[in-house]
Design a protein around this ligand. Structure first.
Ligand SMILES: Nc1ncnc2c1ncn2[C@@H]1O[C@H](COP(=O)(O)OP(=O)(O)OP(=O)(O)O)[C@@H](O)[C@H]1O
Length: 303
């Protein structure tokens, strides 16, 4: 049922004058899921988010949050959503604590104690005015303000670029406890590295079109492994070139190098073992690299 679905986008299209920012985007986000929304600058991520929050009206198609229409029922949508914008929208003169009090007041809720706990987890000083905070600390405050009301859906627009690794860990732990309680997350970014440790699925948007949606564990299974072997004696290249799935195969005299997806490793290893091996190395390529080659291929197929 739609009321249970944190997000349902159906054929979403957005034009700005003659330029098309979104072209028929459809996707759903499930309860308890972290969805990584990936794409280069200008791909349409922020436009999607602004439509979801009822800040922009779609040219056609619909955006629903827990069954509510984002444009027509935006007030009700806002009660269910916590939003961390890419550029934090804070009041320069107000301290962190004053922000927490003000946001709790706006929502008619007693969230201030929870806000202070979240701030402590992120190591954020609440006594300084927002205008005196570094970019990373302003991001921390935006995260606290978005999470303290325990929203059912959290929308994050490139939220961690200014956070150091330790704070990112604390932030990821917060996201995990949010999803363990059934909360969902839409996490937009232009780099896979930012979302790969927390996302369950990723969707790739390019030029306003959703070109791929994939489970992260499936993407990992497709990711390439770099293989290197040295042999005691020279090996014939045709023993290996006939194997399926190998990419960039180079065999020179007594060495072999190639990349291979997980499914091709067994055949390769058995063929290697037919010869006397001096040294053998197999390492999973960086997921970002696999993702980029996959993404480039999808983009070419789509164009
Ligand atoms: N208010 C606007 N008026 C005109 N064009 C706009 C407006 N907002 C966005 N666009 C255009 O729509 C396209 C999508 O922009 P959007 O900001 O959604 O991309 P993005 O993926 O969020 O990129 P970034 O990571 O740079 O924020 C871009 O071509 C952008 O120039």
């Amino acid at each position: 049922m739609d009321e249970d679905l944190p997000v349902r986008l159906s054929g979403l299209r957005k034009r700005f004058g003659t330029s098309v920012a979104l072209e028929g985007v459809s996707l759903t986000i499930e309860p308890g899921e972290v969805f990584g929304y990936l794409g280069p600058n200008g791909a349409g991520k922020t436009t999607t988010i602004r439509i979801l929050l009822g800040m922009l009206r779609p040219s056609s198609g619909t955006a629903r949050v827990f069954g509510l229409d984002s444009w027509r029922e935006s007030v009700a949508v806002h009660r269910l959503v916590g939003y961390v914008p890419g550029e934090s929208a804070l009041y320069r003169r107000l301290t962190g604590r004053q922000h927490i009090d003000y946001f709790a007041h706006l929502r008619h809720r007693e969230d201030d104690a929870r806000g202070a706990v979240l701030a402590a987890d992120l190591d954020l000083d609440l006594d300084r005015p927002a205008g005196a905070l570094s970019r990373g600390n302003r991001q921390k405050l935006s995260i606290v303000l978005a999470l303290m009301s325990e929203p059912r859906l959290l929308i994050l627009d490139e939220p961690t670029s200014g956070l150091d690794p330790l704070v990112q860990q604390a932030f990821h732990a917060m996201l995990r406890s949010h999803t363990e309680r059934g909360g969902s997350v839409l996490f937009s970014s232009h780099v896979l590295g930012e979302v790969q440790r927390v996302a369950d699925r990723i969707g790739v948007i390019r030029l306003g079109q959703l070109i791929a949606v994939e489970r992260l564990d499936e993407l990992r299974a497709k990711s390439l492994h770099r293989v290197r072997a040295s042999f005691v004696d020279p090996v014939p290249v045709d023993r290996f070139s006939a194997l399926p799935g190998l990419q960039g195969l180079v065999v020179t005299d007594r060495t072999l190098q190639c990349s291979a997806p997980q499914w091709a490793l067994d055949g390769l290893l058995k063929r290697v073992a037919e010869h006397s091996v001096e040294d053998f190395e197999c390492a999973e390529a960086d997921l970002d690299e696999s993702f980029m080659s996959y993404y480039a291929r999808e983009a070419t197929d789509a164009s």
